[in-house]
Design a binder for this molecule. Structure first.
Ligand code: SAM
Length: 493
């Protein structure tokens, strides 16, 4: 670019006076949920000006064009908008509650299945999920030695996720962490500290936008958690958004699972569908459906309680059941911009489960019903019955794969996904899910191949085609999700 054709950049004042500023601001809030920017015009304008200079765009109209759905610039803007303040073992009282109450409870509960799923939603650069992994390994390592453990950290900020995957931190991130733990769990690299592999092995990071990415989503691996920790994230959201999100967290927990919010977010009314457990310095919320109800663990010395595993499958909302498999089928991956999560308690909060030992079979609809009301083992039995009578049913194998995945049977999950694909290569969902599975196994090359298969299957369909009627999921949204995974993999292959 010569001096003559270099654009002249707007000032903060010019951006504030530009009529398109209001549209940019609305788009930012709609995309991130950060209603925080409603009365922070100057801050927002400063960020926009910095981005405009970076991408050499002269005004708000031009910049708005760069923010089309799926465009890289939205990620770059989000990286500047979000606030990633975090550190290891932040808010000690909550970690005490995790160590003394929550983890003993879920470990005891899950003993028969030997599986543990923990979600740190809005994990920033990773200290929160890594703190949990350190606690698990150091305090409970012997009890969960051969378990299938997942600590999933998600965030909307791709830059933060990159740093989280790296796992290298400045001294400031350890401000409240005892030095001996840091020395035991990290290795000094220059001026920084690198987390040791032993504490990394359970932890996975994944992009997820709490506002735009539908959840629970068995398809996106955001489902069936024993613990969800979402701290210092919703403080930036509007009350309406928060009201919409809490039932989604509820539905993403297994029965008996725990939700830990930031210590400054204790609006009891919002959590009315949970059991509230007060501990010294922390308020915890437990999903206790009538069916698997049990008293909360005592605060002081939690006695181990032996009970059958909680076999809850999150609602398979709008998973496409019984559809004409000659049509491309796309999962309800991402909530459409207009569609909101349920603000009323979701159906499975109140729906009674089918009688124990009830009829098994009845096809995919029945399997879905069983799964919807948390009858995970019965759903598996129904699936097996279906596959005995119709062993060539590709969807049956796909559902079986989902069930295997939820109970930590990785090998069987992969086999069932591959069988579904073998039986009908045109089904998008098994390819997509195989991609996610392989990603979790760190097989980036094979995962990329599976995602490219999804791209190829969607190739001839217009972006705005509605593919999952109830949830208004479009081909474009699915394409966007796959592109995003491929972009993330890009650096790894
Ligand atoms: C202040 S940090 C909290 C980090 C950590 N939970 C803690 O308490 O230490 C807030 C995080 O929420 C993330 N965030 C903001 N909006 C989000 C959204 N819509 N979906 C997912 N993450 C979001 C930000 O990127 C940021 O990393």
């Amino acid at each position: 670019m010569t001096l003559d054709d270099s654009p002249s950049y707007p000032t903060v004042q010019a951006v504030l006076a530009d009529p398109t500023f209001a549209r940019l601001k609305a788009l930012v809030i709609e995309t991130t949920g950060m209603a925080f920017y409603r009365d922070k015009n100057e801050d927002l304008a400063q960020i926009l000006v910095a981005r405009m200079i970076e991408v050499a765009v002269a005004g708000c109209d031009g910049y708005l064009e760069l923010l089309a759905p799926g465009a890289d610039e939205m990620d770059a803007l989000v990286a500047e908008l979000t606030i990633g303040e975090t550190y290891f073992f932040r808010h000690k009282e909550q970690f005490d509650a995790l160590r003394d109450i929550i983890l003993p409870d879920v470990i005891e509960r899950n003993r028969p299945l030997r599986r543990l799923r923990i979600w740190s939603a809005g994990c920033a650069t990773g200290p929160e999920p890594y703190s949990i992994a350190i606690m698990l390994e150091r305090e409970f390592g012997a009890r969960i030695a051969d378990w299938h453990v997942t600590v999933l950290g998600t965030d909307i900020n791709q830059k933060f996720l990159g740093r989280a995957r790296e796992g290298r931190y400045d001294q400031w991130a350890f401000r409240t962490m005892p030095e001996e733990i840091r020395a035991a769990c990290f290795t000094k690299v220059g001026n920084q500290w690198q987390i040791n592999q032993q504490y990394k092995r359970f932890v996975k990071f994944q992009y997820h936008n709490l506002i735009k990415s539908r959840f629970p989503s068995i398809i996106d691996n955001i489902a069936g958690f024993d613990i969800i920790i979402c701290r210092n994230v919703i403080i930036y959201f509007s009350p309406e958004t928060i009201e919409d999100l809490i039932p989604c967290f509820h539905e993403s927990l297994s029965d008996g699972g725990w939700l830990v919010m930031g210590h400054a977010e204790p609006n009891q009314h919002l959590f009315r569908h949970f059991k509230t457990v007060n501990t010294p310095g922390a308020v915890l919320y437990q999903r206790v459906d009538g069916f698997h109800a049990r008293p909360p663990a005592p605060v002081a010395a939690p006695a181990p309680v032996v009970k059958p595993p909680s076999l809850v499958l999150p609602r398979l909302t709008a998973l496409d059941v019984g559809r004409d498999v000659t049509r491309p089928m796309v999962p309800p991956m991402i909530r459409s911009a207009k569609a909101k999560p349920p603000s009323a308690p979701a159906r499975s909060l109140v729906k009674p489960p089918p009688p124990p030992g009830g009829e098994v079979g009845g096809g995919l609809v029945r399997i879905r019903e069983l799964a919807d009301c948390g009858q995970w083992d019965a759903a598996a039995a129904a699936c097996d019955a279906l596959l005995t009578s119709t062993p060539m049913d590709a969807w049956g194998h796909f559902y079986r794969a989902m069930i295997h995945e939820q109970v930590g049977q990785a090998e069987e999950c992969e086999k069932a996904l591959r069988r579904a694909i073998y039986l009908d290569r045109r089904l998008v969902l098994p390819h997509y899910h195989l991609g996610l599975f392989l990603l979790r196994r760190d097989d980036a090359i094979a995962a990329a191949k599976a995602f490219r298969n999804v791209q190829a299957l969607l190739k001839d369909y217009p972006d705005d085609g509605l593919v999952a009627d109830a949830d208004k999921i479009t081909v474009g949204q699915m394409r966007e999700a796959v592109d995003m995974h491929l972009k993330l993999i890009g650096g790894a292959i």
